[in-house]
Design a protein around this ligand. Structure first.
Ligand code: NCD
Length: 312
């Protein structure tokens, strides 16, 4: 059972915790503003409350997570502020623990993204308010996993029995690390498809996980043989490589799509670089932009649960 003190990794969640969170996100979605055709009245559940965004500058830049957490907070009537290490007293040598102690005094919730996978755990141990992991190095991205599962449930009405292929950079892609573990809670054993050198690290492999190491020029053949319901593609995480990452490039284009089942979907945490051809954007099976939108209602639900707000 998730203790709702912090949100640090996907292991903390039971299947029921995820189902409850998804149900809440579904009820909050009409108030999230993601459906531009619908008007809604703002919610005041987090009125007067403050979120601090602590995103490490430079190495861990972000568009979706950095944007949708404050959007979620503001849709709930709360406020946000950004903590910038570069202009803080950390530059004078103030410790991580003291900095956290001070920031949690100013905030009701802290959202943390850092290249050091342990950073969020240290912040959580020194904080007097809930801390959320918004991506810890190449380890996990648990809130992305929750919105990924939400997106699959919206599309298929269930997780059980889905065949999911995670594709691309399985070594450094933190979103697939937490996703494989999250899916396993529903009895879904993902299949990894990756080039040699970008295999899933042992610590993220679940009991039922299988992997196919392929020449990524053969991605179309591998997927048409597997016939997955969900293709979850990832970007090659070039910033985490010391050598040349270009040799791992691959592309999902119309030809690849033509070999997939008619009701299969393409997901991707985004940003995409060249692995998703623009020519597939208009295909109704390409749901990655809807997936990104779902970050707002899911993060609204996370905030309600961590800040103990009932929503009837
Ligand atoms: C992902 C991340 O930061 O891990 N982006 C995101 O949060 N949606 C994926 C990526 O950067 O490739």
């Amino acid at each position: 059972m998730w203790d709702r003190k912090h949100l640090l990794d996907i292991e903390a969640f039971s299947r029921t915790d995820i189902e409850n969170l998804i149900a809440l996100a579904k009820r909050l979605e009409p108030f999230s503003g993601i459906d531009k055709s619908k008007k809604f009245k703002p919610l005041g559940l987090c009125s007067g409350q403050i979120m601090t965004l602590w995103f490490e500058p430079g190495k861990e830049n972000s568009t979706r997570t950095f944007g949708s957490f404050p959007a979620a907070m503001m849709r709930l009537g709360g406020n946000c502020k950004v903590f910038d290490e570069a202009t803080s007293s950390m530059t004078k040598g103030e410790s991580l623990e003291d900095t956290t102690r001070i920031l949690s005094g100013h905030s009701d919730v802290i959202v943390d993204r850092h290249h050091d996978a342990d950073h969020v755990y240290t912040v959580a141990s020194a904080s007097s308010v809930p801390v959320i992991n918004a991506g810890n190095g190449s380890a996990q991205h648990p809130t992305q996993t929750l919105l990924d599962i939400y997106t699959m449930v919206k599309k298929f009405g269930r997780i059980e029995g889905l065949k999911v292929a995670v594709v691309g950079d399985l070594k450094y892609g933190r979103t697939v690390h937490s996703l494989v573990k999250g899916l396993e809670k529903f009895g879904v054993h993902a299949t990894g498809i990756c080039p040699q050198g970008l295999e899933m690290p042992g610590e993220f492999r679940t009991a039922g996980y299988e992997e196919r190491i392929i020449d990524m020029n053969d991605i179309g053949r591998a997927l048409s043989e597997l016939k997955p319901d969900v293709v979850y593609a990832t970007r090659i995480q070039a910033e985490r490589f010391s050598g040349n990452s270009g040799t791992y490039d691959y592309i999902i284009d119309k030809a690849v799509l033509s070999g997939l089942p008619k009701n299969a979907v393409i997901m991707h945490p985004l940003p995409r670089i060249s692995e998703l051809s623009r020519e597939i954007d208009a295909d109704e099976r390409s749901i990655y932009f809807h997936q990104a939108d779902n970050g707002v209602p899911v993060r609204m639900a996370i905030l309600c649960l961590l800040l103990d707000h009932e929503f009837e």
